[in-house]
Write a new protein. Structure first.
Length: 322
């Protein structure tokens, strides 16, 4: 059998990779040249292959360990590694990203530099940084509208979004984005939009009396799934910024001094469009954590969310540096 070099492994673009993994109570190691995770049942050990060339992000939850050899191979393939708590939430340590996510980026001096040069050319200008934050919201509005109106999972469940309510919420948000004088007012408008979307999806799914609570404070499935799905979106954000060579600290909305803020900015592009409706749909269906995760990853693939995230960041870096 022909051997693959690290260069060969990287030929699958991150935006085209199919897998995101969350693992718990297992060991990640290298066996016979492959990265595998090992689960123990009694006296038996079972080895499962991780297709690293087709994987973007690996989240390691409770009871996991990973060897130096496995990290080396994952880094060669450009796979981001994140450490988290049970079920994908909460995250309990930080590296590049503070508060919610701990992603360890593969080290490479050969990532593109053009996007970084464009980004830093406008980043120190407060007005242009605000323009970039508004562009994120513009792309977010377009993506959310497109994905909600063609959501396959909702249609298969016989549910229909109230188009008039959705358009009204997005149009009001778009107007508020245009009128925003600073990032604080922009984030307040963002919070109002998300609240309006909660109301719309609760009406559709019958998930009444919903109230968003902080991580770990709520026991209902919708809140748990929202937390879990958001971490997947942060994994996409970390992947997109790494692929483009953009440091996580160069945020345009989540505070210019916040560690890892750009990952949260990037995740905002797709959270409302993909994660939010799936969280409520899975809660309505009584899905398990694993079933929700698989459904959410499926929705990410169908919507080509990572492609959209990368293309949006590219467009912003080019437009704002002009």
């Amino acid at each position: 059998m022909d051997q693959f070099s690290p260069t060969d492994i990287k030929t699958i673009l991150h935006s085209k990779r199919a897998n995101m993994y969350y693992l718990e109570y297992c060991r990640v190691l290298v066996k016979d040249g492959r990265v595998e995770y090992v689960t123990d049942e009694g006296k038996q050990s079972y080895y499962w292959n991780i297709p690293i060339a087709n994987t973007t992000t690996l989240l390691l939850g409770n009871g996991t360990s990973i060897t130096q050899a496995a990290v080396r191979e994952l880094a060669k393939a450009g796979v981001l590694i994140g450490f988290c708590g049970g079920g994908g939430a909460p995250l309990f340590s930080t590296n590049e990203v503070d508060f919610d996510v701990s992603f360890f980026s593969p080290q490479s001096e050969y990532r593109p530099v053009g996007y970084l040069q464009n980004w830093v050319s406008f980043w120190f200008d407060e007005a242009k940084r605000l323009d970039a934050a508004k562009l994120i919201q513009k792309y977010r509005i377009e993506f959310t509208k497109a994905q909600w109106l063609k959501n396959k999972q909702l249609k298969e469940s016989g549910l229909a979004i109230n188009v008039a309510d959705l358009n009204k919420a997005l149009e009001q948000f778009e107007q508020q984005v245009e009128e925003a004088k600073d990032t604080q007012s922009l984030m307040l408008s963002e919070a109002r939009l998300t609240k309006a979307l909660y109301k719309i999806i609760c009406t559709v799914t019958g998930y009444n009396d919903f109230s968003r609570v902080k991580q770990g404070a709520g026991t209902d499935f919708a809140n748990r799934f929202l937390d879990h799905g958001n971490y997947l979106a942060y994994g996409l954000g970390a992947t997109a910024t790494w692929v483009l060579g953009l440091p996580h600290g160069l945020s345009v909305l989540h505070g210019k001094t916040r560690r890892g803020g750009l990952v949260f900015d990037a995740a905002d592009l797709v959270k409302d469009a993909v994660v939010l409706p799936q969280a409520f749909l899975s809660a309505m269906n009584g899905d398990t954590e694993q079933e929700f995760r698989q459904a959410c990853i499926g929705a990410v693939r169908q919507s080509e969310a990572l492609d959209f995230m990368i293309d949006s960041l590219k467009a912003i870096s080019e437009e704002c540096c002009a």
